[in-house]
Structure formats: structure tokens, C-alpha cells
Design a protein. Structure first.
Length: 344
């Protein structure tokens, strides 16, 4: 299929590289893989070239994880967010019909994060915000999750701007890795990313956040970090435990929020049966194509998607139309025949 839109695709900057400790990636994936990733993160032109080969028309980029969220010093975090957004604006100007970006924000300072998001959206033309999980706010694992009260000023600004948030994974805290201790290959994208991010998303559902801000929209990658398959069991048990101890402030069941406040992408999860389950849980209008470049190859994700045994209208919705609508990209519609292009 030509004309696809992808939205979990990453870049880095010189300043971000000074903070980013890539040793974990190197240890898990090998030196050569990591060198290739670093090379691609630093050069948006390489992304555009891979887009051409994969039939991707537009990419919504984002600063690679953990990005701004890992910096303990609030002033340094604010500086990195602003510089990353300015850099994104520069490569968008170079490739205005092919690249755009999510904003980076420093939630270490919620008021500054709200102001930077507004600047990025209204002045730089960025398409929402990507947040890499929990935010470090001090030493010794002092962190802040997105449901916690100090962030209300940020959510209020997001709702006012009417833009979505991509909740991207980062590694679980060291103190929360006992169950996988001794298996370092499980810390990152193979396993740890999923349970950390799925738990974070459930926190948001139970917190009452979406009752206070019902129009807020959150995007999860990797076909929902397992939630389309685990949430029915979670919801059932929460229903059974309704007279027991709880911290939930939610007015609705968890499935309601998944279907009304979340969107899912195919990033790095190129498997047909899980895709169909995700569609079953949230509806086809809330599923979007993505690849997770440069950690995954765009052509691999595109070959899988292009060869799916799925009707052309559904392919168009997942591959292009849903993202075009959510992000107000104003791209022209494609004919159903455009979705019938199979990978070579």
C-alpha cells in the first residue's frame, strides 16, 4: 500500500546523546545493530529514504526514549525539550510534505511543559506530544507517573490544544525488575517495555484522569502493549473485587476508557492475529500503522501490512485515514485500489 502514515518513528539530537546512555541497547542488541540505530537516529534524510522504499508518505517523528523524562534536573530537562522541538522544526522545514513530529516536554516542571507544548503546537506546527513513561524528578528512583496531581496544569493545556499524547515505553525501574533478574535481554523492548507501559496505561484508566478530561486521547504502540488481550481479564477481576480494597477513582470500567480514550499502533508488532484482536477490542477506527524506526526496519513492517489478507477499505483506514483524521494532516484521500498494492 502506498501513502501510509507512520507515527512511532524516532530521532535523536547532539544534546540528547549527551544524556542518553545507550549501553543497555548495545548489550541487548549487539554493537553493529546499535551503530546502525545511532546512525539513523541522527539523520532524518535516511528516514525519508527508507520511507520511499516502504511506501510511507508521512512520518510523525519523536525524540528517542527515554529522552527528556530521564533527566533529574528540571532546568536541563526544559532545555532539552525546547532544543529537541526546535530541531524537529528544522527537519520538518526541510521535508515539509514527508516529516512532522511530536513535541518533547519536561514534566519535571509541569507549567513549563504546558507552555512548551503550546509553543511546539502553535508556533512550530508539531502534532501533539510523546512522553516516555514515568519522569525522573529526583535521585534514588524518585519518579512521577502521569496520573499524579502535579500534572493537572499540563493536562488542562493539552485538552485546550486538542492534541493527542503518545505514551511510549521506557525500561522498568531497577527496583521493579526482580521477576526478570538474571535475564538482561528481557529488560527492554522484548518484555520490560510492555509490562511497564501497560501498567502505566491502567493507572491512567483507574485514576479518574479521563473523567476529568474526557476528550483526552492517548496512543499506545506495539498493538497496545498487550492490553487488548489482558484487559478483559483485568476488568472481570476488578468487577469481582468491587467490594474490596481499591484506589480507583474511575467512573467507568477499564474497557470503556480503552475504547474511548486510547488508540493503538502496529509499531514493532507485525503479527496479523494480534492485530485482529486489537481491532476487536477498540474498533478499526482506533488502530493505526507504525513501524518503530530505526529500531525496526520500515520495509519489514510495510511488507507485513501490505500483504495482509484484509479488505482494502480497512487497510486504508489503518494505514492512512485514521492518523490523517486524528492529527488533522489534511492529506487527500486515496482510492481503495491504492491499498491493493502488495509488497514485492
Amino acid at each position: 500500500m502506498e501513502g501510509k502514515i507512520a507515527l512511532e518513528e524516532h530521532f535523536s539530537t547532539e544534546l540528547n546523546n549527551k544524556y542518553w546512555d545507550a549501553k543497555g541497547e548495545e548489550d541487548r542488541n549487539g554493537v553493529e545493530y546499535s551503530k546502525d540505530v545511532k546512525r539513523k537516529l541522527s539523520d532524518p534524510d535516511l528516514c525519508v529514504a527508507e520511507m520511499d522504499r516502504a511506501g510511507i508518505e508521512v512520518c510523525i517523528m519523536s525524540l528517542t526514549s527515554p529522552g527528556v523524562q530521564s533527566i533529574e534536573d528540571p532546568e536541563e530537562a526544559v532545555e532539552l525539550a525546547r532544543s529537541a522541538n526546535d530541531y524537529a522544526h528544522s527537519f520538518i522545514q526541510k521535508h515539509p510534505t514527508r516529516l512532522t513530529s511530536f513535541a518533547s516536554v519536561a514534566l519535571q516542571n509541569p507549567e513549563a511543559a504546558a507552555d512548551e507544548l503550546e509553543r511546539a503546537v502553535t508556533k512550530l506546527g508539531l502534532k501533539g506530544v510523546l512522553i516516555n513513561g514515568y519522569t525522573n524528578v529526583g535521585p534514588n528512583e524518585q519518579v512521577q507517573y502521569l496520573d499524579e496531581a502535579p500534572l493537572d496544569v499540563f493536562w488542562e493545556r493539552m485538552v485546550k490544544l486538542n492534541v493527542p499524547m503518545y505514551l511510549h515505553p521506557r525500561e522498568p525501574l531497577p527496583s521493579q525488575r526482580r521477576s526478570i533478574q538474571g535475564y538482561p535481554e528481557l529488560v527492554g523492548s522484548a518484555w520490560g517495555f510492555g509490562y511497564e507501559t501497560a501498567s502505566h496505561a491502567v493507572r491512567l484508566m483507574l485514576s479518574g484522569l479521563f473523567d476529568r478530561y474526557p476528550t483526552l486521547q492517548v496512543i499506545l504502540g506495539h498493538l497496545g502493549e498487550g492490553l487488548p488481550y489482558m484487559l478483559p481479564r483485568l476488568q472481570h477481576r476488578l468487577d469481582m473485587q468491587r467490594f474490596g480494597a481499591k484506589g480507583s477513582k474511575a467512573k467507568h470500567r477499564t474497557g470503556y476508557y480503552l475504547a474511548n480514550n486510547f488508540h493503538l499502533t502496529t509499531s514493532g508488532h507485525f503479527h496479523s492475529k494480534p492485530l485482529l484482536e486489537a481491532i476487536e477490542q477498540v474498533g478499526i477506527e482506533r488502530v493505526m500503522f507504525s513501524t518503530d524506526y530505526p529500531y525496526e526496519h520500515m520495509d519489514a513492517g510495510s511488507r507485513w501490512f501490505d500483504d495482509l489478507l484484509m479488505d482494502n477499505q480497512s487497510k486504508l483506514r489503518i494505514g492512512r485515514e485514521n492518523a490523517n483524521k486524528l492529527f488533522s494532516l489534511n492529506l487527500p484521500p486515496l482510492s481503495e485500489s491504492s491499498a491493493a498494492t502488495f509488497a514485492s
